[in-house]
Write a protein that binds this ligand. Structure first.
Ligand SMILES: Cc1cc2nc3c(=O)[nH]c(=O)nc-3n(C[C@H](O)[C@H](O)[C@H](O)COP(=O)(O)O)c2cc1C
Length: 151
């Protein structure tokens, strides 16, 4: 469903935003751990859910929730120096959440670096590629939970 004008949206309208960003060059795993735990804490009381993928040099994130809360979270996320060059892939209104049970599911997969890099570089946003990535991550985590990779 396409997004309406922001000013007409109610705070209860559920929306989803997907973006790709480049991790800060000197980022440490302890920084990523801190991002995830802060995101989970804030999202829990903001009614925001989603998934964060870290590939070593890139982040890919899906955040979903009430439109106003999402916009608020995204403003903070954009200013965060632990990543840069954030590119929005998709911003849509949704009927149902995809990550209902997750204040922020974390997936670390260095093998997905090329795919996420390709998404970041593509001039024209490739929604099919992004959907493929989310489907892959969701499916893999549901079917093949591997300790240490996704929590
Ligand atoms: C890749 C990445 C993903 C993040 N995801 C979230 C998130 O889902 N929710 C959130 O509240 N903060 C998230 N953060 C942390 C925010 O950037 C920010 O540090 C946090 O929201 C606290 O900001 P505030 O004190 O301005 O509210 C993320 C940061 C990065 C670098």
């Amino acid at each position: 469903m396409a997004m309406e004008n922001s000013s007409e949206r109610s705070s209860v309208q559920l929306s989803r935003i997907q973006y790709v960003s480049r991790a800060a060059p000197c980022i440490q795993m302890s920084d990523v751990d801190a991002i995830v735990s802060r995101a989970r804490a804030i999202n829990s009381y903001s009614g925001v859910t989603g998934q964060l993928l870290f590939t070593g040099a890139y982040f890919f994130q899906v955040i979903e929730g009430p439109f106003d809360h999402l916009k608020n979270r995204l403003s903070s996320i954009r200013l965060d120096v632990r990543h840069h060059d954030l590119r929005t892939i998709e911003e849509i209104d949704i009927e149902r959440r995809r990550f209902e049970r997750w204040p922020m599911q974390y997936v670390q997969d260095f093998g997905l670096q090329d795919l996420v890099e390709e998404l970041w570089w593509s001039q024209k946003v490739d929604l099919a590629r992004a959907a493929q990535l989310v489907q892959y991550l969701t499916h893999e985590l549901l079917v093949l939970p591997r300790p240490g990779r996704g929590t």
